[in-house]
Design a protein around this ligand. Structure first.
Ligand SMILES: Cc1cc2nc3c(=O)[nH]c(=O)nc-3n(C[C@H](O)[C@H](O)[C@H](O)COP(=O)(O)OP(=O)(O)OC[C@H]3O[C@@H](n4cnc5c(N)ncnc54)[C@H](O)[C@@H]3O)c2cc1C
Length: 523
């Protein structure tokens, strides 16, 4: 049994932000299920939104966030982010994050979709990597923080002695030593990131399986906005290759989305053209591809200078060259991919969930900031701000009664047969991509639900057979989160933000259902 003051599940920006603050008043364990660097934070390219320019304002940042979220946002969460984002930048600078500056020393501010002003603070096109490096270093050097890699949290520990449920920590699998451990803590924080792995095509790494959301759901915590999954419009289209994001900042710098003919089209959908909010751009692209039968659309970056590429987008430029595409000469093929979970575990402005003793922050949480669609670059600042706020709140709470009885760690034989789990994961991802993706229909969502029921049954059987291994545990979480997404999507009968519902009976919907029915029969 391990006992800490604070247990943090996740080593991205939100978890590390919480840990650094909480360590001022207690011992902290930070868990991550593989290497610490394997997280969405590390991949973030564009940057952090903060109203810092003299022409910009907190009100303008709020208005843009509300417009992107179709007004379904929680206005308090929006005001909080817009107010605290400039302070977040100062804190990260103080930790040594090398944000890009202009010759006079002022921060260089980029532009992204849905923003009315230049307000994206960035470090070349690898902002997340630079932030994560600094935070990890600070955490590793801190005497009160223990970072445990390859520790997969399975479920939350709940104490019901007082008649009211309280989270007391988590059951955790030490994957390298096959040990099932118990971590007790006076406050537990879910900072476990998103669930991009629900979909066949995603910008998220393999770890993004919605574990925190599934754990919170099983423990009875409230969730919100699960139907709003954001699809990023521009990932490089290279069949068979891992998905690679081309930051919106590239469009902010002047690149434009075009049809295979080279003709720009986004102005037909939104006055901001290629820089419209992501939900609108992804849906427009999907529509154009459906109508023309094209496999991809294109990003025209040819107007960007060599200097621009090397100064601002060196990693993107290098990747494109490695893929045999010279963006100064050629159009770059792009398609949308699942990117961000706008909903998640409901929290208040202090990161408290509805389950006492449990906090959530970062992408797995839902403060209501994003509403129906996240405004670009609002996620990293939210993760940092909410991590600190949750820690401040947790530090101020009285220490609860000690756990009932200590539970010792025990050796568990891990299931080696994981091929089936991989196959089922693929089925789930394909089903979700086709029927709960960018464009949805009621009949498609219902068919998807049936597929998910079958998968849930497979997972139950595996559990009954004692198959305990990361692939099976992740599949269990993916199936549960997929069910929550489809259920929420079915409950919302009007299109809104990332949830785009097409009427049934359209050719695409009918074909979709026929395809899935066939899959179910074969399966
Ligand atoms: C390619 C890409 C580019 C992006 N660009 C931007 C951008 O420019 N600006 C912006 O604001 N946002 C951007 N985002 C979104 C943003 O990066 C994420 O929303 C944010 O980093 C999430 O941080 P987090 O701390 O919540 O989770 P993550 O950084 O994803 O960390 C999750 C952590 O949880 C751990 N974990 C998960 N499950 C378990 C478990 N069961 N047990 C133990 N540990 C677990 C993981 O190991 C990991 O350490 C981008 C995302 C991607 C994928």
């Amino acid at each position: 049994m391990e006992s800490y003051d604070f247990l943090v599940i996740g080593s991205g920006i939100a978890g590390l932000s919480f840990a650094l603050k909480a360590a001022e008043g207690g011992r902290v364990a930070v868990l991550c299920k593989s290497e610490a660097a394997a997280c969405n934070t590390n991949l973030a390219q564009g940057g952090l939104a903060a109203a810092l320019a003299s022409s910009d304002s907190r009100q303008a940042h709020m208005a843009d966030t509300l417009a992107a979220g179709s007004g379904l946002n929680n206005p308090e969460a929006v005001a909080l982010l817009a107010t605290e984002a400039p302070g977040c930048i100062s804190e990260l600078l103080a930790l040594g994050v090398p944000f890009d500056t202009l010759p006079g020393g002022k921060l260089s501010l980029g532009l992204e979709g849905g923003h009315s002003h230049h307000r994206i603070v960035h470090a070349r096109d690898q902002t997340g990597k630079y932030i994560h490096q600094q935070l990890l270093q600070a955490v590793q050097q801190h005497a009160h923080i223990r970072l445990l890699e390859h520790h997969l949290a399975l479920d939350l520990m709940i104490d019901s002695r007082s008649g009211q449920k309280r989270c007391m920590g988590a059951r955790v699998l030490d994957v390298e030593h096959n040990l099932l451990c118990t971590f007790y803590a006076r406050a537990t924080v879910l900072a476990s990131g998103g669930a991009g792995q629900l979909y066949q095509y995603s910008t998220n790494p393999a770890m993004a399986t919605g574990d925190g959301v599934a754990m919170a759901y099983r423990a009875g915590a409230q969730l919100a906005d699960m139907e709003f999954v954001q699809f990023h419009p521009t990932t490089l289209y290279k069949p068979g290759q891992p998905v690679f994001l081309i930051s919106e900042a590239v469009r902010g710098a002047g690149a434009e989305l075009v049809l295979p003919t080279g003709e720009p089209f986004m102005h037909r959908y939104h006055p901001l053209g290629s820089l419209a909010p992501r939900d609108i751009v992804a849906q427009a692209m999907q529509q154009e591809m459906q109508q023309s039968g094209a496999d991809s659309l294109f990003l025209d970056m040819r107007r960007l200078s060599q200097e621009h590429f090397s100064q601002h987008f060196p990693a993107i430029y290098q990747t494109l060259l490695q893929q045999g595409i010279d963006p100064q000469e050629q159009l770059v093929p792009v398609v949308p991919a699942a990117h961000y979970m706008c909903g998640g575990i409901s929290t208040n402005a202090h990161g408290q969930t509805t389950l006492p003793g449990l906090y959530a922050c970062g992408e797995c949480a839902c403060t209501g900031l994003h509403g129906a669609n996240r405004l670009a670059s609002n996620s990293l600042p939210e993760g940092w701000i909410m991590g600190r706020r949750a820690a401040q709140h947790a530090l101020a709470q009285p220490v609860p009664a000690a756990p009932l009885r200590p539970v010792e760690s025990c050796f568990v034989p891990l299931a080696h047969e994981s091929a089936l789990a991989g196959l089922l994961r693929q089925q789930l991802q394909e089903g979700m991509w086709q029927y709960a993706g960018i464009v949805r229909t009621r009949s498609g969502l219902l068919a998807c639900q049936r597929l998910l029921e079958q998968l849930a049954h497979e997972v139950e059987e595996a559990q009954a057979l004692g198959r305990l291994s990361p692939p099976w545990l992740e599949l269990r979480n993916l199936v549960q989160v997929a069910q929550l997404v489809t259920r929420a999507a079915l409950a919302r009968t009007e299109s809104c933000g990332c949830h785009y519902l097409q009427p049934d009976g359209k050719p695409a919907a009918a074909a979709a259902e026929a395809g899935l029915a066939l899959e179910l029969e074969i399966g």
